[in-house]
Design a protein around this ligand. Structure first.
Ligand SMILES: O=C(NCCCCc1cc2ccncc2s1)c1cc(-c2ccc(F)cc2)cc(O)c1O
Ligand SMILES: [Mg+2]
Length: 214
């Protein structure tokens, strides 16, 4: 049967990137998505903004909702000091299977825990599964209509603390209107918008960074 796009992306990584070198895995995926097949990775332009926020926060506990092929997982994990933990959640088993291999190829499997499951089911289990007290950083890049219910779930499960940083992808395209309205108007968040473009295109998109005020 025909291969899938994530499988073709993985093949490009295995054939062209340097094993154990996260930057070459990132560059190979960006090249593949620009010159072979578009794929919904956060991409290089928004990825640089993600990098700067991760470096600013330098989280000890981080959560990513929506792994896909592991591109942003590699971007985040390569910046984390030893002893930190990135938990990434993926719903689609085929995506998860590819992501595991991309993360492993980048040599970052010791910093990443990839969990298969739906955010709504898994968030309430985070504390007991990982002994997590709170998350310093959360990257939202999963179903766009799950951003708002899932931050309310994180709040409800006391997984956010004063100063926790949320960074949300695709707030313009495909768009997350209810989420934006909430974080920009709630007294519990201080939000700011980083204008950018949809990965590998000229279409406007952006990231919204929100600090939980408790
Ligand atoms: O849907 C997107 N991303 C979510 C994939 C959903 C996978 C999930 C992970 C998970 C984990 C836990 N619980 C539940 C879920 S559901 C997405 C789509 C576009 C796009 C933009 C323009 C287009 F024309 C076509 C696609 C761009 C992007 O950057 C995206 O991130
Ligand atoms: Mg995205």
């Amino acid at each position: 049967t025909r291969s899938t796009r994530p499988q073709r992306l993985l093949k490009a990584v295995q054939e062209k990137a340097m094993k154990g070198d996260p930057q070459s895995v990132i560059s190979t995926i960006d090249y593949f998505c620009r010159h072979s097949e578009w794929a919904m990775n956060v991409g290089d332009e928004k990825g640089s903004i993600l990098d700067s926020v991760v470096c600013e926060v330098s989280p000890t506990t981080a959560l990513e909702l929506g792994t896909y092929c592991g591109y942003s997982t590699v971007r985040i994990a390569r910046l984390l000091p030893p002893g930190t933990q990135l938990i990434t959640l993926e719903f689609n088993p085929a995506f998860a299977a590819v992501a595991r291999q991309v993360i492993e190829y980048a040599g970052l499997h010791n910093k990443v825990c990839l969990v298969e499951g739906a955010s709504g089911d898994m968030i309430p289990k985070m504390r007991e599964m990982f002994g997590i007290k709170t998350f310093d950083f959360v990257f939202l890049d999963h179903w766009k209509d799950r951003y708002l219910p899932d931050i309310k779930l994180l709040e409800g499960c006391q997984l956010l603390r004063k100063g926790s940083i949320l960074l949300a992808d695709n707030v313009i395209c495909p768009g997350t209107p209810e989420y934006l309205e909430y974080v920009r108007n709630s007294p519990h968040y201080k939000s700011m918008y980083y204008k950018s473009h949809l990965e590998y295109t000229k279409v406007e998109d952006g990231l919204e960074k929100s600090v939980f005020l408790g």
